[in-house]
Design a protein around this ligand. Sequence first.
Ligand code: S3P
Length: 464
Amino acid sequence: MASFKVRKLRCIPPEITVPGDKSISHRSAMFAGMANGRTVISGFLPSEDCLCTVKAMEALGAEVDILEEAEGIGPVTLAIVGHGMKLKAPANPIDCGNSGTTTRLLAGILAGQPFTTTLVGDESLSKRPMRRIADPLSLMGAKVTGQGDKICAPLQISGGDLQPITYRLPMASAQVKSAVLLAGLFAPGKTSVVEPVPTRNHTERLMTHFGIKWLRDGETVSVYGGQEPQPVDIVVPGDISSAAFWMVAAAATPGAQITLKNVGLNPTRTGIIDVLLRMGAQITSSERESNGEPRGNVVVKGGELNCTVIGGAEIPNVIDELPILAVAGALARGNTRIRDAAELRVKETDRIAAVADNLRRMGVTVTEFEDGMEIEGGATLNGASIDSFGDHRIAMAFAIAGMFAEGTTIINDTECISTSYPGFEKHLDLFFSNSKSNKPPIPVIARIPKKLGIDTLAAEDVSD
Ligand code: S3P
């Protein structure tokens, strides 16, 4: 089991370029695989999760070429040739690895295919609730079966002959919204999703980019079936959820300044900036829109942080950043409260329990609620042995906590980090070198088209 050590912060590097956005990378590969023709995706996130999606689309009939590869990271520019919305029945079960996004969004696409597909995943994925997509997809006419009451993976999806529905989301979930909208592309007429609390809208923005018409009326997003995505090149911005770790490291360091380059600034994802501003950090961003997604450089200046309350409609906007925001709370003056975040209990691990457990190991007092926690800020953090619980965002959040702790912090079980942030440790090293310039992230080592090699990542090779 891999692990690494973190010591007290030495310096804040002037700039970091984080890898591509995970949500946009997944969706780009899916739309490209359903288009009729060739799409080039650059800035693609070559994380294990997103590569599961690419391999899935390959297994369903798309052709994938790697055009550019980054050293130690993976393929960052892909050409995907799709053959339209009628996909090929895969020869074997599709391995979704650790990825809830792959499983849930793909289920929406498979609901429209006239064949049966099995979706499998690792131990963590196999415990996550899939009833949330099985219910609406069944209402549309697909047959979705899984294990137990929560309908966990392995899932079997038999699709075809869908009917449009209007579905009110029982929980704020962009994955469920996206699964229904994707299935709606295969149903005659208008499929609508009502979302009482707004969630990330990358599916909608990418539908526009790929030439699919959709409408929003208040809380309702609708799409008409029978539309096929048009192949169109796309440049994915950096992932704000990955930038969040370095934002907090800089924000909690008085006198520090860091520039995070080319970060996705979709307003359904920028809650982390609002929360850190409330806590007293100084943050500015330059913004431009490209390929339907706002993006820009984010400059964070550090200071003394104050506590805050995070809850209500803000939660879906910061759902993936709550572990690192809890760490920010521990570093702030006063008590930070996170409420209305019960969804954290069904992520890659129970993130409320995992954050509370690890903060306590570092000497922080935490009160756990069913839907959140209260963190007593201002304590001196002790170096500790941290358990990632196999969850990438727990491992990375506590790597940042370790930078502010006395003594050494050991982060255990760190393989999971590659599910969303290949190259994280290289970027972490920048905080411990005295180098003023840090351009290392992604040297290009190959521009020659080559194949992803669907066989090289067979089920048994996907680490849990
Ligand atoms: C995601 C949506 C969120 C988020 C996940 C990615 C997406 O999940 O936590 O990391 O790409 O749609 P939910 O929509 O289930 O909250």
